[in-house]
Design a protein around this ligand. Structure first.
Ligand code: 13P
Length: 246
């Protein structure tokens, strides 16, 4: 299982430190899931320091498709690795829709992440219109094909895939466990075509309005290997409840 806390554009130095400390203190020693926190770029060092001596890992919310150069405002995969990240979120729907990141950019970002030794968490998901048009699986498969265009089998195997239906993000409208399972099985099928039986070992996580009261039902589905949590990851008690909801 994999549980990520995507803090998006929230918190300050003091509250990020405190939230990290509360999460670390509240996790049991027997925690079976891989837990990863994704603060803003500027809070990576303080969260890293607050995580010391814990098994919780550090990740960034985005990364440049360039290695270095004249790209004002960008942060490279190497810089993230250097500051202590092990993971990076790529292709989040807010990046795709608000910042117009294309499939081609996301494919380049994946390559940069692998070069730096980061594990990407690749986000895919359809909009409400696409679902209503019965195109949800077509859209998700197209996003996967495009993102993995330049990846080899080993790289695909190391990627965590987050299925985040856009209509469920920050809306309180969660996908039903069956809707999540259906799409996760389609993603598993895609992976099987690309990496064979190793597809079983790839983590496919669900994101979109996961809360303490719905996490267990979603996580109980066979192809749901955890969650990517937005709003509920900003409250230690809620995030901890989700971390133990399986
Ligand atoms: P919410 O949990 O706030 O819906 O956000 C989900 C998400 O976008 C995680 O990346």
């Amino acid at each position: 299982m994999f549980i990520g806390g995507n803090w998006k554009l929230h918190l300050d130095t003091q509250s990020a430190t405190q939230l990290t400390q509360e999460i670390v203190a509240g996790l049991s020693d027997k925690q079976a899931a891989e837990i990863v926190l994704f603060p803003t770029f500027v809070h990576l060092p303080v969260v890293r320091d607050a995580l010391c001596n814990s098994d919780v890992k550090l990740g960034a919310q985005n990364q440049s498709e360039h290695e270095q150069g004249a790209y004002t405002g960008e942060v490279s995969a190497w810089m993230l690795k250097d500051v202590g990240c092990q993971y990076v979120l790529l292709g989040h729907s807010e990046r795709r829709h608000v910042y117009h990141e294309t499939d081609a950019m996301i494919a380049k970002k994946l390559t940069r992440a692998f070069e730096a030794g980061l594990k990407p968490v690749l986000c895919v998901g359809e909009t409400l219109d696409e679902r209503d048009d019965d195109r949800a699986s077509e859209v998700v498969l197209q996003q996967l094909n495009a993102a993995f265009a330049d990846c080899d089998v080993a790289q695909i195997q190391t990627t965590v895939i987050a299925y985040e239906p856009v209509w469920a993000i920050g809306t309180g409208r969660v996908a039903t466990p069956d809707q999540a399972q259906t799409m996760h099985a389609i993603i598993r099928g895609f992976l099987h075509d690309r990496v064979g039986d190793k597809a079983r070992d790839v983590q496919i996580i669900y994101g979109g309005s996961v809360k303490p009261d719905n996490a267990k039902d979603i996580f109980s589905k066979p192809d749901v290997d955890g969650g990517l949590i937005g709003g509920a990851s900003l409250v230690a008690e809620d995030f901890l409840a989700i971390c133990s909801a399986f």
